[in-house]
Write a protein that binds this ligand. Structure first.
Ligand code: ADP
Ligand code: MG
Length: 280
């Protein structure tokens, strides 16, 4: 594994203050059994994520990013290796790991409020209805949607729908927030607004974030480390960039920094020269 000269910490390992990584993927592989025979999507994935870290995963379409994050969510199991959260194997989805998808995944017949309430209701069976309503309201306010609580998804813009999905994920106070290309369908201005909101929420909640993106600039702006994957089949982690920018980050200042362009060049070189997508 090669490393950017800007990487300063161990390439795949970051350890929390307590000495253990929060999330640990060890030698993870995933094979799908298809009509055409076995298809090895991922191989030898080793990654450690510390509590409170913000990690982005980037790679070409089809390389296995969703496969990877779905295993962390517990939607599917690795074929080989292990994934643990605080030392415990991940075997099923749980409220300690909440996912935000690109396509919002809101129930269309429920209002924004009801979409969030549904998850809060399941996660806190011992709380009273008024306490649960308060949690929902608080999280809709957090994403600036208190006024739109009564609207159904078709009355909301893409950015608003994604805010509801983020509120829904955060309302159960997950330890790990998982995001699979959450801003991929949004226009550039809405996308930048949501990136800044996500950073503010992450700073206040101190959760750990694992986020997939196609967008190199987004990954560099948001994360502590950018994990770059090789192409599939049998995709691996090719290289990890450590992002040195101070927080809170100010977009206009970062865009003036030579280090930003050096990191951007490393990522572009990795994705478009060393692991260029060969179309067949
Ligand atoms: P990405 O999210 O990086 O675009 P995916 O994780 O969705 O990639 O897919 C990785 C590879 O695994 C692709 O070649 C895809 O066709 C294949 N794949 C994903 N899910 C399945 C499945 N359920 N059965 C068979 N192949 C799959
Ligand atoms: Mg995907």
């Amino acid at each position: 594994m090669t490393r950017s000269r800007l990487s300063s910490s161990p390439s795949s390992s970051t350890v929390s203050a307590a000495g253990l990584p929060l999330l640990r993927l060890q030698n993870v592989g995933k094979t799908y059994w298809t009509a055409a025979g076995p298809f090895v999507a991922l191989e030898n994935i080793d990654l450690e994520v510390a509590a409170g870290e913000f990690v982005c995963i980037i790679g070409h379409s089809g390389c296995g990013k969703s496969t990877l994050i779905n295993m962390v969510a517990g939607f599917s199991a690795p074929t080989s290796g292990s994934i643990t959260l605080k030392g415990q194997p991940i075997t099923a989805p749980g409220p300690d790991r909440m996912m935000v998808f690109q396509n919002y995944s809101l129930l269309p017949w429920l209002t924004a409020f009801e979409n969030v309430y549904l998850v809060v209701d399941q996660a806190y069976p011992d709380k009273s209805p008024s306490e649960k309503r308060e949690i929902v309201q608080e999280h809709l306010e957090l994403v600036g949607l208190a006024e739109a609580a009564h609207k159904r998804p078709k009355q909301l813009s893409g950015g608003m729908k994604q805010r509801v999905a983020i509120a829904r994920a955060l309302a159960v106070r997950p330890e790990v927030l998982l995001l699979d290309e959450p801003f991929g369908a949004l226009d550039p201005i809405t996308k930048e607004e949501l990136q800044d909101e996500l950073l503010a929420i992450w700073r206040d909640h101190r959760c750990t974030v694992l986020m997939i993106t196609h967008d190199i600039d987004e990954a560099l702006y948001l994360s502590d480390r950018v994990v770059m994957m090789t192409n599939g089949p049998a995709a691996r982690i090719g290289e990890i960039l450590t992002i040195p920018f101070e927080r809170p980050r100010i977009r206009s200042r970062i865009l003036e920094m030579p280090e930003f362009y050096e990191l951007r060049h490393s990522a572009l070189d990795f994705l478009y020269r060393r692991f260029a997508h060969v179309l067949d």
